[in-house]
Design a binder for this molecule. Structure first.
Ligand SMILES: Cc1cc2nc3c(=O)[nH]c(=O)nc-3n(C[C@H](O)[C@H](O)[C@H](O)COP(=O)(O)OP(=O)(O)OC[C@H]3O[C@@H](n4cnc5c(N)ncnc54)[C@H](O)[C@@H]3O)c2cc1C
Length: 416
């Protein structure tokens, strides 16, 4: 990879077709896809990505990667690295309410798929996407942060914190939930802060994990155990910020005891805590995804409640859809930075993301209520999911990201 970290940056990198700001999972995947589609691409990241070492224990941050995202990552040459390094496939998702309610099991076999998805460390996904970008000889400016943005005559110029400027026709902001680019563009993203935090722990388990994710919904918040490779798992416990602070103050031994007291026995024994941390939960949605010469993707455009593991999957579909739109615009000899071109991307993705965000918010609110009416309604939904094969299969395909209007790079028969 051409790592441009000095003032000797070659001229070609300062005149890219597209500049992607943010080399997290979504930005790195998007830059890689654009480069492979033939766009001269420059990627800017302000934090050097951590090295990924297979000898290390699994990282704390993991994601449930849907089948649609897997296809996208495979089509840009990143999934091969993930699959051969450390990814835990899951073929079943078990979901139940409280301790006794009906249990719904979603099974890949029912819809003739080999898996429902994989649990993968975020750092590995980022490493694999950057690897694909590097193999295509992509240019990365790192560490470099954007401090100002201006646009004139169809060209956007970014000022960097080291004094340099770079210009392009189109900037793609993939700089996360607290996006500087979104702020520089003056785009609002109204936010709802949940009265909940997520306590996440990577744990060593007595038994090797099976190919199943477990999720239980309680009024205090969802709880999940996600399989990692070997006798390792990721445990997620959503609760009030006060309760999470109490749990975080416990020693590892006491925290393991709290897990054993609280989580069902069938999830197995926890032997040790490898890593732990907690995260605030915010739902936000940018009022606009585009402006002349600018498009927002990933968490820069939307943050959703993580209870169904959809956030980065939505971001990957944003990236794949935007690449489709830009490839089509180029074929039609249109300016890729023109707002009319970019509005097609906004029409495609903003509605889908809003629907998913609403659905997740509804689940969070619905399962967080003890009202008898709401309890009856969610019991009916879970029983329908368990008893009605057609409903279960539809839910399953949705969770895998295989329903809706899929971008070309997320289809099985991808041709750009
Ligand atoms: C507890 C929890 C569990 C989750 N589980 C799942 C899951 O199972 N499945 C799922 O799909 N999603 C999950 N998510 C959501 C997922 O983590 C996010 O959607 C995802 O990380 C967003 O990726 P991103 O690349 O858009 O943004 P980020 O990961 O935030 O990356 C942004 C990048 O931009 C860089 N950057 C920032 N500002 C600048 C700047 N000014 N200049 C240059 N670079 C900049 C940052 O350094 C960073 O590298 C979960 C979230 C939480 C909190």
């Amino acid at each position: 990879m051409a790592l441009l970290n000095g003032s000797s940056a070659p001229q070609f990198a300062l005149d890219a077709d597209v500049i992607v700001v943010g080399a997290g999972m979504v930005g790195a995947a998007c830059a890689s896809a654009l480069l492979q589609a033939g766009f001269r691409t420059l990627l800017i990241e302000n934090n050097p990505p951590p090295a990924f070492d297979l000898g290390d224990e699994p990282g704390l941050r993991v994601s449930a990667v849907s089948r649609a995202s897997e296809r996208f990552l495979a089509n840009i040459g990143a999934w091969q690295t993930v699959a051969t390094t450390r990814a835990a496939p899951y073929n079943r998702m078990a979901v139940w309410e409280h301790d006794s309610g009906p249990e719904t099991v979603f099974d890949a076999a029912e819809i003739a798929e080999s898996t429902l998805g994989h649990i993968v460390e975020n750092a590995l996904i980022q490493h694999a996407c950057l690897g694909a970008y590097e193999r295509a000889d992509g240019a990365l400016l790192c560490p470099a942060g954007v401090t100002a943005m201006s646009r004139q005559d169809g060209v956007t110029t970014l000022s960097l914190d080291d004094g340099r400027t770079v210009s392009t026709r189109l900037v793609i902001a993939a700089d996360g939930a607290r996006s500087t680019m979104r702020a520089l563009a003056g785009i609002d993203a109204p936010a709802h802060h949940y009265a909940q935090r997520a306590l996440v722990a990577t744990v060593a388990t007595a038994c090797t994990q099976q190919d199943v994710t477990w999720q239980r919904f309680k009024p205090s918040g969802p709880e999940a155990l996600l399989p990692l490779v070997g006798p390792r798992a990721s445990l997620v416990w959503y609760h009030s910020p006060e309760r999470v602070a109490e749990l975080e103050s416990l020693s590892d031994t006491d925290l393991i005891a709290a897990f054993h007291d609280h989580f069902p026995d069938r999830l197995g024994r926890i032997e040790a805590i490898i890593g732990r941390g907690s995260f605030p939960l915010v739902r936000a949605h940018a009022t606009d995804y585009v402006q002349p010469g600018l498009a927002l993707i990933g968490d820069a455009a939307h943050s959703v409640h993580p209870l169904a593991g959809q956030g980065v999957n939505l971001g990957f579909m944003d990236a794949a859809a935007l690449v489709d739109v830009l490839v089509d615009a180029r074929a039609a000899r249109r300016d890729i930075g023109h707002v009319r071109v970019l509005r097609r991307f906004q029409r495609w993705r903003r509605g889908e993301n809003a629907l998913m965000s609403e659905a997740l918010h509804g689940i969070q609110q619905g399962f967080g209520s003890d009202s008898p009416l709401v309890t009856a309604a969610r019991g009916a939904v879970l029983s329908a999911g368990q008893k009605v094969g057609v409903a279960r299969r539809a839910m399953c395909r949705h969770a895998m990201g295989l329903s809706g209007d899929l971008p070309r790079l997320a289809r099985a028969d991808s041709v750009l």
